[in-house]
Design a protein. Sequence first.
Length: 230
Amino acid sequence: MQNRLLRIAGTIILVAGFVAAPAYCQAVPRWNAAPMGAVADETTDNTAALQKALNAAGKAGGGVVELAAGRYRVKGTLSVPAGVTLQGTYRVPPTSAGKSEKPDGTVLLAYAGRGSERGAPFLRLAGRNSAIAGLVVIYPEWKQSDVPPVPYPSCVESHDTDNVGIMECCFLNPYEAIIQGCTFSKKGTHVQVGERVRSAILTANQGQGGFRAENHAGARLQMFANEQNP
């Protein structure tokens, strides 16, 4: 029997393996970071190339900046504009199979701010509907033998924003994983956080002890021990 796609009263019906989108569905604008200079060789500084792609998406009114699998060295910090998602390869919160195994997929190697909690976060969700997804973040200069841990600014931060998102990400060894004074998407967050993380999610709500850890807006947070060095 011939494969067919039937449209009945505006509804798409899949017959024998074919699928199509309704005419009113607009494709999400996408940018590939590689043509803008992103190189996953662990040595090239990708700060400028990635920010260029993020800015292009933001200027166009929003979209998705896609990063292929690989390990991207980022010596500076990145700001994700409103309406933009920085998207890696993962569709589940990534983990490693063993202590000696390096994560695969899209990996950002963070270097900025070593030695101080003060300073810009590695990734800033800078506006409404900005998001990161499908990424692993590793601090390569972190060593398990550093006791107490060497401080860094927060890995991800967002303030005075609305409906930001962190989906299917792994923050392997940050000093502080997520600081937020914002409203997360109703889908919350779905991340993995490695050991030696001083704080996972901090909100701008002031309690008796100042900042307090909290599953904000029903956020899902998975904690796991990962003893490997990056």
